[in-house]
Design a binder for this molecule. Structure first.
Ligand code: FES
Length: 66
């Protein structure tokens, strides 16, 4: 069953899950994520949430990579 979650970025309908997926697939910069999803490029209202999530995940990943 697909879980419907509200998007993190309403303008581009980007969900946190989508961002996490992209990071998993090897996107490793905030710029990359923004270029791929368009998140934060609309009204900018999601800026804080998107940046926070991406930085948090990239940080985690960094610690996991030997
Ligand atoms: S909600 Fe993300 S740019 Fe508007």
């Amino acid at each position: 069953m697909e879980i419907k979650e509200p998007p993190l970025c309403y303008c581009t309908r980007t969900t946190a899950a989508k961002i996490l997926n992209l990071i998993e697939q090897g996107k490793n910069s905030l710029e990359d994520i923004i270029n791929t999803t368009g998140a934060t490029t609309g009204c900018g209202g999601c800026d804080y949430e998107v940046v926070k999530l991406v930085e948090q995940e990239l940080n985690k990943k960094e610690h996991l990579t030997p």
